[in-house]
Design a protein around this ligand. Sequence first.
Ligand SMILES: [Zn+2]
Length: 411
Amino acid sequence: MRVNTAFNRILAIEGTLVDSVAFTDEGLVLTVRRRARTHRCPCGRRVRGRYDASTRRWRHLDFGTCRVLLEASIARVACPRCRRVRTEAVPWARDGARFTRDFEDMIAWLAQRMDKTSVARLLRTSWKSVDRAITRVVDEHLDTARLDHLYRIGVDEISYRKGRKFLTVVADHDTGDVVWVATGKSEESLASFFDLLGPERASQLEAVTMDGSKAFRGATAKAAPNAKICLDPFHIIKWASEALDLVFRAERFEFLTHANLAARSNAPWTAARFALRRAKEKLTPADQKMLAAMRRERLNVHRAWLLKEELRDLFRVIEPAKASAYLRRWITRARRSGITPMINLAKRLEAHTDRIIAGIELGLSNSRLEGTNAKIRVIQRRGYGYHHPNALAATIYLCCGGITVTLPTRR
Ligand SMILES: [Zn+2]
């Protein structure tokens, strides 16, 4: 078998021929060319003749431990349809890329499953290059049709840059997929989503869930007047956990000086905090002992914990028809508890009662979006795009947007 034939088989990129092979300091360089005689503009139009040409290299999948680069002459063409000079499209790479399509797909597939540092190290490239590859793969896969059948959506803000900057994220309740991401958390941020959606598709919206934000509420009321505005259950539980945390902080000295409590763990403070945050059905025997001790000592934190769990029940076990009465009774109990953070929580929930009940009645209490939100937090913790909102947005689309990347080795 001739060497070029062998490399053609290994490369297996349709419409591409290997002309020559050379070992260089940078790795194995395969000089390739397109099989087609005519050039193709990125718009799809075939163009005869070229404006000018240059030589470019694209990083490809490694052969074993050997770095591989494709080298080819790439032309610029004067496209009659685009009415300007553009760099031609090549079969082995996306427009503007310095990596081959196979290499970028490998990056994206891995980035859906592991942190960016590991991807960059495994493929011997940089964070920035990983970001660029992800952005291009997402641009190619993101389908505008994803906005066509939205009926129940959730809007949320996520923070980056140490909580000083925000992204607005819109997800589909029925699939759990993120359908839109943009910077900011203002009324305008969400309004730009509704602009993209257009009045016809916005009128299909049955419900929009969100946190207590007035900005999101304003934008939704304007653009989708038919949609019911609901409060996301996981935001309510988050508020309850924050209130419980305040109660715990206020009592922590009292709690820590109880020798019988402190003796149960080396780090009673952290352990107690985790026990309080955990759902009651997931408590460990040690957590249960700790809570029993808090109860014996008649600490406020125990009563606050009970209130948090009763509030969780509203979304887990209470029948929707009984939810309204249950919530009202809960608010009364919390207001009478004498525990300031719980009283404040009760006031907050009272102001949102209609929106909380609307969410339960529409069956949005077991929200898939909670899972999506958790996934986004993992992406952030992995260190994605802290300083680059666009890279963070692209990674959110890649991991939560229902995008399927096919590995080059599985085609
Ligand atoms: Zn064109």
